[in-house]
Write a protein that binds this ligand. Structure first.
Ligand code: ZN
Length: 432
């Protein structure tokens, strides 16, 4: 078919969109073969008109202006074989089929480029981002257990019967295992949240230091901490991403950015974007994906009685603030990959998280009612490691929080609230 009226600009555009590959499904044929020792590069791709150039050509009987015929939307690049095939079978390769073929191919090319498109995009690499560790200065001294008439799956029945405390910040969490309920709340309390769920005559207090020595009990203890964290972050407007074990901000409205207000170190309240659509630096044009600030949080036992919370800044990436890109474009391989972040972004996000989670105070307190977990929001200079970038030596100043009366009071309450009267507990157990 005649290609004489196709302008160079249209041809260039077509080749650029083709990704140097025949548009025919699954055909991997290159359109431009690289130069060899003896010859230059060879252009073997052929341009086919979707609606034919001449009225008598294949797919010619569709109305289109002469000008539009030779524009790139009406053109598709194919290898020689497939070019001849689609013209020889115009009933099989109708206008509709070719349009779809072109659209699918160009989308695939875009997606392939998307995964690796320069430093402004989230470049996915296999590099490990090391987490920052926050020391835990206080953990619940005991885990309580008591027989419960609900099975391990009947969480809803338990939730329905919980007597919720007036304090909304109190984290009422529990674990059901082997016909028993485990919690950090003192189950001996007749007014406690689980008073309508468990048999209070058979309450067993389990001392934390002994619990940590028993792999199964330790797992339940950490599960309780994690469930506390889950509730704590949800009160702060975040959601849990089960696939990646991290917490993230979701948009309040689809395709609308979101900001949160927070108090940075020793400073006035401020706000920052937590869901946003990045813009291309050169043109200020919005990219076709969204960032959601996310954080991985994990409890680790470092020593017999030393625990830390690791804090790992991450980004959730979506196409429309709802659909995760990992599931639509990049696929499962991304689960072991992390978006690499430049170190100043990384550090600023670590700072954001500790400020946000602690409410601008020196510590994060998980209030389990009778007991608490207290996590210091202070980073030490050695906590942060990241994939170093040559020439980037922006230093990180570790600011410390100033105690004020209010935060000291919070801390005192958290710690004093957790002291268990062991004698009282023992007495109750012996009664049974
Ligand atoms: Zn082909």
């Amino acid at each position: 078919m005649s290609q004489s009226h196709i302008k160079t600009k249209e041809v260039k555009t077509l080749f650029a969109h083709s990704g140097n590959q025949c548009a025919y499904p699954k055909c991997k044929q290159r359109l431009v073969e690289p130069a060899t020792k003896h010859d230059g590069a060879a252009v073997i791709g052929k341009i086919a008109h979707i609606i034919a150039d001449s009225h008598d050509g294949p797919r010619g009987r569709v109305a289109i202006s002469d000008d539009d015929k030779n524009l790139h939307p009406n053109l598709v690049l194919l290898c020689g074989n497939h070019h001849d095939l689609v013209d020889a079978q115009p009933n099989t390769f109708s206008v509709q089929v070719l349009r779809q073929m072109k659209a699918d191919h160009e989308l695939n090319v875009q997606r392939a480029l998307f995964a690796d498109d320069g430093p402004e995009k989230p470049t996915l690499t296999n590099e490990v981002i090391h987490s920052s560790l926050l020391p835990i200065t206080h953990l619940p001294d005991a885990m309580f257990s008591a027989p419960c008439k609900f099975s391990d799956q009947e969480y809803d029945h338990v939730f329905d019967r919980i007597v919720y405390p007036d304090n909304r910040d109190e984290l009422v969490r529990f674990v059901l295992r082997e016909g028993k309920l485990f919690t950090f709340h003192n189950l001996n309390n007749p007014q406690g949240p689980f008073s309508k769920v468990v048999d209070r005559k058979q309450v067993q207090p389990l001392e934390a230091l002994k619990v940590w020595d028993d792999p199964e009990l330790r797992r339940r203890y950490v599960t309780l901490l994690n469930r506390g964290l889950n509730r704590f972050t949800s009160l702060l407007g975040m959601r849990f991403d089960r696939d990646h074990y991290r917490y993230y901000f979701e948009a309040k409205e689809k395709e609308k950015p979101r900001k949160v207000s927070y108090r940075p170190l020793n400073a006035k309240r401020t706000s920052r974007d937590v869901v946003w659509q990045p813009k291309k630096r050169a043109t200020n044009e919005a990219r076709n994906y969204w960032f959601h600030l996310a954080v991985g949080l994990k409890f680790h036992q470092m020593d017999a009685d030393q625990w830390v919370l690791s804090l790992r800044p991450e980004r959730r990436i979506t196409t429309d603030t709802v659909t995760s890109i990992e599931s639509t474009i990049i696929g499962s391989r991304v689960t072991r990959r992390k978006a690499r972040m430049w170190n100043d972004i990384y550090l600023s996000e670590i700072n954001f998280w500790r400020d946000y989670l602690s409410g601008g105070t020196p510590r994060i307190v998980l209030n389990f009612g009778d007991q608490s977990a207290v996590i210091e929001a202070t980073l030490t200079a050695f906590d942060v490691e990241w994939p170093g970038i040559p020439g980037d030596d922006k230093s990180f100043k570790n600011q410390t929080y100033e105690e004020d009366l209010f935060t000291q009071l919070d801390f005192d309450n958290a710690v004093s609230g957790s002291s268990i009267d062991w004698d009282e507990c023992d007495d109750n157990t012996e009664e049974n």
